[in-house]
Design a protein around this ligand. Structure first.
Ligand code: SAM
Ligand code: SF4
Length: 327
């Protein structure tokens, strides 16, 4: 199956699909006032629309799918969404990014539906700090859910932690204790500026390279990059079962490793998280017979994908916060 390739030679076997813009958390860097629906906003794609969308992407070589949001588990038919996605021929890796609030309760159901990889956002291992960042005192239950996922043999369990200056940027020792015996991949993500968070960004942005230097100084070794690896730089250490990845969107060449496209909950194709436009695919998801037209639309739009984002110039595109696009 030929994989969608852009004019800079980047290949796109990976789709991130937001299934709902709503979220139950109030993360300080994302939705500090909680989620409020924009007036007149369309409903998220329904199951038949999702199935058609995914068949279209599978026809242009997509084999890895991540379900995201907002918070995907806020969607009542999430298990059906997962089952629908797993049934699309060609989808080999079915991942989800979640804040983990329903993980301990729904893990088995989600795995039965076909989920085979999960990323759980855990910005701090300190319960009080976690509650201050997310607005919810739920850390213990979320960590239990993560241990359950490892014990259940979910093939890939990863954690995401957004680095925040003067909030959680001195927690490396606690994280190292956590990773010593757990085969979990932890990703430190550098805070990104979005349309709504400029003041917060200026106060709390810290370069991920600082933490990366600490890792290197304590004997963590960079893993060779696979040809189709995403933008994370991966590290391992012989004394630890876990691995650490660094996602540094402000680093040089970050966009050169881009391997993903995004579709919002209402069916807009986004060529870049920080792009200036969305391309409405929903009109092409109304009947199975539209598959060829959908495939042409996806391929035809790819020429508009730019070489890099413009975050260094403070241009965040049409993304007010990552919950709106599917981070
Ligand atoms: N609600 C789910 C969650 O939090 O995992 C999925 C959606 S959330 C938008 C996806 C990821 O984006 C999370 O790991 C979150 O921490 C991260 N994120 C959100 N806003 C961000 C920002 N401004 N900079 C960097 N990462 C961000
Ligand atoms: Fe919700 Fe995820 Fe945004 Fe936090 S980062 S507010 S959990 S969408």
């Amino acid at each position: 199956m030929p994989v969608l390739t852009d004019r800079y030679g980047r290949r796109f076997p990976y789709l991130r699909l937001s299934v709902i813009p709503a979220c139950n958390f109030r993360c300080t860097y994302c939705l500090p006032k909680g989620y409020h629906a924009a007036p007149g906003m369309a409903a998220p794609l329904d199951l038949p629309e999702i199935a058609r969308l995914l068949r279209g992407f599978a026809a242009v070589g997509m084999h890895k799918l991540r379900i995201t949001g907002g918070e995907p588990s806020v969607r009542h038919d999430l298990t059906d969404v997962l089952r629908t996605a797993a049934a699309v021929p060609g989808v080999r890796k079915l991942a989800m990014t979640t804040n983990g609030t329903l993980l301990s309760r729904r893990l088995n159901e989600w795995m039965d539906a076909g989920l085979n990889a999960i990323n759980v956002s855990v910005d701090s291992l300190d319960p009080a700090r976690f509650a201050r960042i997310t607005g919810h005192d739920r850390l213990a239950d979320i960590l239990d859910g993560i241990d359950m996922a490892v014990a259940a043999g979910l093939p890939a369990v990863k954690l995401n932690a957004v680095l925040l200056r003067d909030v959680n940027d001195r927690e490396l020792p606690a994280w190292l204790d956590y990773l010593r015996d757990r085969p979990i991949g932890l990703r430190f993500i550098e805070l990104m500026q979005t349309g709504d968070n400029l003041g917060f960004f200026r106060e709390h942005h810290v370069r991920a390279e600082l933490l990366e230097a600490q890792l290197q100084a304590s004997g963590w070794q960079a893993l060779p990059r696979a040809a189709d690896a995403g933008p994370a730089r991966e590290y391992q250490h012989a004394d630890y079962a876990g691995r650490i990845g660094i996602i540094a969107p402000y680093s040089k060449d970050f966009c050169g490793g881009c391997n993903r496209l995004r579709v919002t909950a209402t069916g807009d194709l986004r060529l870049c998280l920080f792009g200036e436009f969305g391309i409405p695919l929903r009109p092409l998801l109304q009947a199975d017979e539209q598959l060829d037209e959908l495939v042409r639309a996806i391929g035809g739009q790819l020429v508009r994908k730019e070489e890099t984002h413009h975050l260094h110039q403070g241009r965040t595109g049409i993304t007010p916060h990552l919950a709106s696009t599917g981070g």
